[in-house]
Ligand binder design. Sequence first.
Ligand code: ZN
Length: 217
Amino acid sequence: MKLSKQASPSDSSHTQTSTVPQPDQHSALILVDLQNDFFPGGALAVPEANSLIPLINAYIKHFSRQGWPILATRDWHPANHSSFTEQQGPWPTHGVQGSRGAQFHSDLVLPPGMMVISKGTDPKKDSRSGFDGTSLADRLEDLNIQTLYVLGLPTEDCVKHTVLDGCQRGLRVVLLTDATKGGNPQQDNSRNALQEMADAGACLANISDMGISTSSL
Ligand code: ZN
């Protein structure tokens, strides 16, 4: 991955810097599709995604302790969704409204009052980005959010599209790389996706950049 040289915070020509923006009250944590169907045993499992859960919980705790907003996107498809193979779509049936596969993984410690953004609810339309056809942009605007911290599954699909949309909407976006995983770890998809997000202006960070203690992990 390409890394730019150290830039001062005032140097706006560098979108990728080794200085990771620290979250504040104008920041939100975005959890992308942390549903059973994207974990091992699910319909569209990301291999070894379970290994991310302690880190994801640490990020959630960090944000909820400060009272900063946490929003979770989820695939919330009707049973006849056009993306399913039965409807000549590309994917096996997944994320069906009310199904076990659509529930958030039970090992996640989700905060009370977490906002849930459902996507892909129209049978005829698929939404890979959390912004696509949802209330996410309005919610962020209502909360006066300027910076997104994004984690979730899978890196090269819904995470990437959410990050790219956030960048395009003029938000500052930090991808938490140690809390995302790709569906095809053997292939270059994830690495290419990281490069694409960095090229779009997203900052790539991990838990040590965020000043979060990992001693309890
Ligand atoms: Zn889907």
